[in-house]
Ligand binder design. Structure first.
Ligand SMILES: N[C@@H](CCC(=O)N[C@@H](CS)C(=O)NCC(=O)O)C(=O)O
Length: 206
């Protein structure tokens, strides 16, 4: 059976769990990372020398880098659906995966760490407010991208929605000011209808 290493409160692990749930692929998961340790053990470093999560073992095929894992799983189990067969729709889905990892996600990370993983008495609220203000302009790009679309690559849910969706959830789950972005809000509501999103993503941030 496919094995996944990684703690469930990791955004990168969540992408993989969400994809597996959408694809209805059975798996075994082992906690690893942060308080769980494991990532610095020799057997783990042999699989993933980055000492990061997630890592998967699919019948001896070891893969890390969460977006690559989601692409692999989508290609293997979701061809023509999660992994679009039309090259342009696939490129569109891919583009939004890269956008989320290079633009949408990185502006959320400092705010997430400051509000969720920093004790209240050590938080620099002025810095958090300034950092939170950088998120809206990035998500304005998604707002434009969703014009005329239900999902990032068109009418159907694809792998790109997983990488964008985990970041959308984090932004809305953080106690920060957000500009009104009607298409992003409607998209977020659409994602919330998905049982796999409810199960793996809609959890308190820790
Ligand atoms: N680009 C990598 C990043 C992996 C990464 O940084 N994972 C974080 C968790 S989100 C991690 O392993 N942190 C250290 C830990 O959990 O011990 C990916 O997408 O898989």
């Amino acid at each position: 059976m496919l094995k996944v290493w990684g703690r469930v409160n990791s955004i990168n692990v969540q992408k993989v769990l969400w994809a597996l749930e959408e694809l209805k692929v059975p798996y075994e998961r082992t906690d690893a990372g942060m308080a769980f340790g494991v990532v610095n053990e020799p057997f783990y470093k042999k699989m993933n020398p980055n000492s990061r999560v997630p890592t998967i073992d699919d019948d001896g095929f070891i893969l890390w880098e969460s977006n690559a894992v989601v692409r692999y799983l989508a290609a293997k189990h979701g061809a023509g659906a999660l992994y679009p067969s039309d090259p342009r729709q696939r490129a569109d889905s891919d583009r939004w995966m890269d956008w989320a990892s290079n633009h949408g996600g990185p502006v959320i990370t400092p705010v997430f760490w400051a509000l969720i993983r920093t004790p209240a008495d050590q938080r620099n609220m002025a810095q958090i407010t300034a950092d939170a203000e950088k998120i809206g302009p990035q998500f304005q790009v998604l707002e434009q991208g969703l014009d005329g679309k239900d999902y990032v690559a068109g009418k159907s849910f694809t792998m790109g929605d997983i990488i964008v969706g985990v970041n959308v959830y984090r932004w809305y789950a953080l106690d920060v000011k957000r500009p009104a972005l009607p298409r992003v809000e409607a998209y977020y509501k659409r994602l919330q209808q998905r049982p796999a999103f409810q199960k793996h993503i809609m959890k308190p941030l820790t």
